[in-house]
Design a protein around this ligand. Structure first.
Ligand code: RB5
Length: 144
């Protein structure tokens, strides 16, 4: 992954700003789809533009932040081409790539430290999808 999209609501603004600096420092290109205002806002307004960009291949993957991570996850996973996975520690961040091949990592900004958030981003970016039985399971997600 070279080009990362990122989105947030007001609860994720501080972490988003720091994560952008972290990613740019690591040589990634970053596209910001989130709010840059601390005013209260509606997470779907920022989730859908990120999801559209991932689906269109305009970015290679995404990171989304809201308070619990659930609002972003729910909105993002309405998109057929999106597998948005919520993570709260580095093991889950690894497994959400290895098992679920999440193309968007969702971070619950109100419930993890910034240190944990950046470690999860690093782990998610450097992990690989395991394929095999996990591909079969992913295929079944869109065949209810
Ligand atoms: C905002 O208060 C909060 O509801 C939002 O960030 C998110 O946690 C929703 O799921």
């Amino acid at each position: 992954m070279k080009k990362i999209g990122i989105c947030n609501d007001h609860t994720g603004l501080a972490y988003k700003t720091r994560l952008i600096a972290y990613l740019l420092g690591k040589g990634f290109e970053v596209v910001n789809f989130g709010t840059d205002s601390p005013e209260s806002c509606d997470y779907p307004d920022y989730a859908h533009p990120l999801a559209n960009a991932v689906e269109a291949g305009e970015v290679d993957g995404g990171i989304a932040l809201c308070g619990t991570g659930n609002g972003m996850s729910l909105a993002l996973n309405h998109h057929r081409g999106i597998r948005a996975g919520l993570a709260w520690n580095t093991t889950v961040a690894r497994l959400v790539k290895e098992h679920n091949n999440a193309n968007i990592l969702v971070i619950p900004a109100r419930f993890v430290s910034y240190r944990m958030a950046v470690m999860m981003v690093r782990v998610w970016l450097t992990s690989s999808f395991a394929g095999g039985r996990h591909q079969r399971r992913i295929d079944k997600i869109v065949q209810p």
